[in-house]
Design a protein around this ligand. Sequence first.
Ligand code: O2Y
Ligand code: MN
Length: 640
Amino acid sequence: MLHYKTIPEDYVRRTEQCAAAAQAALACNRAAHVTALRGHKLPQLAALSPKVRAFVERSAALCEPEHVHVCDGSEAEAAALLLLMRQQGTVRPLPQYDNCWLTRTDPADVARVESRTFICSERERDVVPAARAGARSALGNYIAPHDYDAAVQERFPGCMKGRTMYVIPFSMGPLGSPLSKIGVEVTDSAYVAYSMRVMTRIGSKVLEQLRKDEQFVRCLHSVGVGGGTAGWPCDPARTIILHRPADNEIVSYGSGYGGNSLLGKKCFALRLGSVIARREGWLAEHMLIVGITDPKGRKRYIAAAFPSACGKTNLAMMTPSLPGYKVECVGDDIAWMRFDDDGVLRAINPENGFFGVAPGTSEATNPIAMSTVFRNTVFTNVAETPEGGVWWEGMGPAPPALTDWRGQAWTPDTKTPAAHPNSRFCSPAEQCPIIDAEWESAAGVPISAILLGGRRPAGVPLVVEARDWAHGVFMGAAMRSEATAAAEHAGKVVMHDPFAMRPFFGYNFGDYLQHWLSLPRPGRQMPKIFHVNWFRKDQQGKFLWPGFGENSRVLEWVLRRCDDEPCHVTTPLGHVPAPGALNTDGLGDIDMDELFSIPKDFWLKETECIEKYFTEEVGEDMPSEMWNQLNTLRENIKKA
Ligand code: O2Y
Ligand code: MN
């Protein structure tokens, strides 16, 4: 639990009279935000359920904000937040589009900060596998309870002085769905308050729900003091993101950016979510969800895990090239999945919007995203055109003059990128023209297959089906991919990223694998598991597979396999399409032999890498089944 100072006696009265206080502040010309919120009807603290109120009051006592604003989720509130952000210099309008806004962050606050992200528990082993005890782990940064408390006490007291503390009640998943969960984020960032209304379902309806069931995740966030720019305060030197699963608590300080500050996303939906999911017997995964309708009108849903920047949003919004196929989007980043009483795995997208990487998004790569993002969107760190539009690398030809993401004049001769490589659009999911009719279904959508993938330039075939569930779990454990721009690792290194969850495990990875292995039960319909790789290259460095909409050909084969059609052959790695079974009609020259080759030397080295990883990162917490699977793979390769 956080340690809070006593609440100032007049505090509640002060915040309940927030509108009046706003007027007063305006009169003494203290804070521009007050103008924006003036006259807006503020819900009373007294209307909060007791636990929410206690959390808000404790947070306020700790952070000492000037005002407290409980977000009701209304349009008027959104307008007020935008006006305030304009006055503060946090957003600029983009007149070329409808209700679109541009934010430029401090250049030191542009991405998730993995090295400063920690999970707290009584025992280190709850978080970090045995092999890494006492050392730094790539699979989970541990922080001890006393260090956690100290980190909070070093940063939060008085950090919101002179600011408004926004209280954001939010639902991850459709409100009222048995698969959904509720959080309350308090933050001193209007940008976070506005973005949370896009990325989650916020406001009074959530408070109503909380009056029926008081369970929620407490999320405390401050952009911090002492650094940043006028429109983007932050404290990069002292940024820290803390999770305490046992107390359903997230605390984040110093960064206003994406995954560090929109606490419903990676912090709640994945890190805390994975812990809750294990406790309650379900899965919280870094997966997109899509519905695929075949030419006969039969619809199936798949979930797919890819590390950041592997074309996940492109797959989630795919325009299939195969005639008669339709792909519809349920979610582009996170899946919460639970077996129902009939043994069907059902998934919801806990989010309400897309926080997608802008660079590389174009009419050619993702026309659906392009028709989603130019309304009601906050763009962060993209370039601005003189006409008040946006541009990023990979969107199309560079305009002759731009303002880059740092606010500097930019021309095509400039040596640095116009948009930051991790620049983002934050858009409502409902605007996606192919949003699935069932995307807000309370019951979730039934999952037929799970895809795992990565960016593997060499050695890894286009698609491989796992022999069974345990083999699929091994495939997930052994996943590797070229590193992404969102993480802190620069350059092109093929990194281990099991289940695309490496930065997001909320508990010991060995226990996570054990949880996955424990899921098959009599009466459950286990989805088939596949590993895909759209990124294999030939000797000349050219992609062997066209990707994008042509990936629908792989999905077609996947769905045929889900129907148990015998369109496969068995290889040392698992099942792959039988000769001729993958529809390549009209694709021209595809070197199928190279695309599906299984080079012996490569795979013997790969098994060594996997063994080293399992040994050095997991050790005795690795379930024995994973060692069995590795031995089977090695034997299969040797025999081939
Ligand atoms: O760098 C950030 O803060 C954003 S990271 C992100 C955003 C949306 C979806 N996925 C990711 C990710 O890192 O996986
Ligand atoms: Mn992601």
